[in-house]
Design a protein around this ligand. Structure first.
Ligand SMILES: [Zn+2]
Length: 599
């Protein structure tokens, strides 16, 4: 047995104390802390927050021998239990590590629990020492009934499971619902008093039921009795903050962060965009319970916690999940079709505004996630493409293709199918385990012949534009390019405010700003001799004779520079796209749209 006890060592100093007891250790026991947390593809070196490691066995001290940045060796004598004790500094406000202050605690096992080499397959238990009086504990880890004296302990079947159930500690709001017979719990920390918990529960329940029905069939005759969700209980852990967002998926829970103002409020029944985006995040992480936590890349068949685990398939596991997240908000009846199309248009605009889509394929972007997507900098939009955004649009294109939108007249089309059918076929093929690109291609070919598979491979491994304008038109959706903003015409991304003025964040490849010598980090002070505090103000400084001449004064590293450029004409189309229901859709296009989006 491997047992962990978690104590609060010092709230104000953000320190947990962990005591690890290993029964019957071998003569040489190696332990290590993971370098990364599954679902977030960056080596984060969690061991940098571990300190003061001590060990005792049978009443004697053992000096830990450090082997590398995250591993130690303990030389034991006899089979008496080995007891390790160490502190973990916890002040990371994300969902990926650990946090502790006077208000709340949160941790992932990858931050707190040493891996006991050779005992990964053993049962692992967790118990807590004294916690502040009003604090409670929330987690999807199984409560162990053998716990004594009122304080529960928790148990995981093995190390992989141990580190896949995050814990929330503190005073939090908690609600429950049942979805298709499965217990669900929703914990919200830090909410404002006006928070409408009943609304959040009701909307989340609809999302969960829609997804359970998607994977396992709707209640009634279509559901096979043996097909049910691969978890007995599911827990949403949402921490709300002043400003922030994010989520991380786990096998029976998810850790989420949202702004307090994103939560639904008691009173008016309007659905702000921020709340709809939160529902999209909830939907996204819940979908991962099937798509990446169980069905997963073959490279994740068994996780190596010590180093990068490379896969080319994140376009499928993140991108297709991103396609389905908003789609389920629509399918659950929480938004209407025009609003859904706005989310699709936002994805399209983001992709078309990223020059890196011509540099990298989504398969390469997946493989490089460890050094590119998760290490974003000012060059990111020029060098990389998001496997989330483009992956979601590939899912959309494939769904429309499968539904018959690839054939202009509909003659000679393969039997129409759907992406839903592909996902379920893959779920059955994988038995909830690893899959490869070849599996995806094989199931796709079964559904609709080789043409679909060939198209998918081109989109995934190539850099050409996706044929979405045509596909959407044949699905009764009108596509319109918006008038570009000045930033888009110049190829700039800036931050700006009346207080701080204009700062250049990114200069896009191929743009007028790059040609003029503008640089990330530049502060734009003036244009044509006039002070500007917002980029668009520059257009007010041009004269009738030279309507497109912008002479900039910028500050760079304490020096002032003058840079000159001609603005490309406003008539040129920008990267932003609007989508709407086409007024004059053919009966075939209207039928395809109804089958795809309902209503
Ligand atoms: Zn995701």
């Amino acid at each position: 047995m491997v047992s962990f006890r978690v104590d609060i060592d010092d709230l104000a100093a953000h320190q947990f104390r962990v005591t690890l007891t290993i029964s019957q250790p071998p003569a040489e026991q190696r332990v290590s802390l993971p370098a990364w947390i599954p679902g977030s593809y960056l080596v984060r070196e969690f061991a940098r927050h571990l300190s003061g490691l001590q060990a005792r066995q049978g009443g004697r001290d053992i000096v830990p021998e450090q082997l590398d940045k995250a591993s130690w060796l303990l030389r034991c004598k006899g089979r008496a239990a080995l007891v390790l004790s160490y502190r973990v500094y916890a002040f990371d406000t994300s969902v990926r590590a650990a946090f502790l202050d006077a208000r709340r605690g949160f941790f992932n096992g990858t931050s707190l629990f040493l891996r006991v080499h050779g005992r990964e397959a053993s049962r692992q238990s967790v118990m807590f020492g004294a916690l502040p009086k009003a604090w409670r504990v929330a987690t999807a880890m199984r409560v162990c009934s053998a716990a004594g004296r009122g304080r529960p302990s928790y148990e995981a079947a093995d190390y992989d499971e141990l580190v896949d159930h995050p814990f929330e500690l503190g005073e939090f709001w908690r609600g429950e619902f049942t979805a298709r017979g499965v217990a669900h719990e929703f914990v919200v920390a830090g909410a404002l008093p006006s928070f409408d918990g009943a609304r959040l529960l009701a909307d989340t329940q609809r999302l969960c039921e829609a997804q359970i029905d998607f994977w396992h069939g709707a209640p009634g005759r279509s559901r096979r009795s043996e097909s049910k969700p691969p978890f007995d209980r599911y827990v949403f852990l949402l921490n709300t903050v002043g400003e922030g967002g994010g989520g991380l998926e786990h096998r029976a829970s998810t850790a989420l962060i949202a702004s307090r103002s994103d939560l639904p409020r008691v009173g008016p029944d309007e659905q702000g965009d921020a709340y709809v985006r939160l529902l999209g995040l909830i939907s996204h992480e819940y979908f991962h319970t099937w798509n990446v936590k169980r069905m997963r890349p073959d490279a994740f068949a068994s996780i190596d916690f010590e180093c990068e685990n490379y896969t080319e398939l994140l376009w499928f596991f993140e991108g297709f999940t991103s396609y389905y997240d908003d789609l389920f908000v629509l399918r659950a009846g929480l938004i209407d079709v025009p609003r859904y199309l706005k989310f699709v248009a936002a994805h399209l605009s983001q992709l078309l505004g990223t020059p890196g889509r011509e540099v990298q394929s989504v398969a390469q972007a997946s493989f490089d996630a460890w050094v590119k997507f998760y290490r974003a900098d000012e060059n990111t939009p020029n060098a990389t493409v998001s496997y989330y955004t483009k992956g979601a649009l590939i899912a959309l294109a494939l769904d429309l293709r499968l539904r018959g939108a690839a054939e202009p007249g509909g003659q000679g089309a393969a039997k129409p199918s759907t992406l839903d059918e592909l996902m379920r076929a893959l779920w059955a093929r994988s038995a909830g385990g690893p899959i490869s690109e070849a599996d995806i291609v094989a199931e796709l070919s079964k559904l609709g012949g080789n043409a679909h598979a060939r198209a998918l491979l081109e989109w995934v491994h190539g850099k050409a534009e996706l044929p979405l304008p045509q596909l959407l038109e044949r699905a009764g959706v009108a596509w319109q390019r918006d008038k570009p903003t000045l930033a888009q015409r110049l190829g700039l991304r800036v931050s700006e405010s009346a207080l701080t003025g204009v700062q250049i964040k990114q200069v896009l490849a191929g743009g007028a700003a790059l040609a003029a010598g503008m640089c990330a980090g530049d502060e734009i002070l003036a244009c044509n001799g006039w002070r500007v505090r917002r980029l668009d103000e520059a257009l007010l400084t041009t004269s009738a004779e030279h309507p497109d001449r912008l002479h900039w004064l910028v500050a760079r590293d304490q020096r002032l520079l003058e840079l000159k450029l001609q603005v490309p004409p406003a008539s040129a189309s920008g990267p932003s796209v609007s989508l709407s229901l086409a007024d004059k859709a053919s009966p075939r296009a209207a039928g395809l749209r109804r089958a795809w989006l309902g209503g």
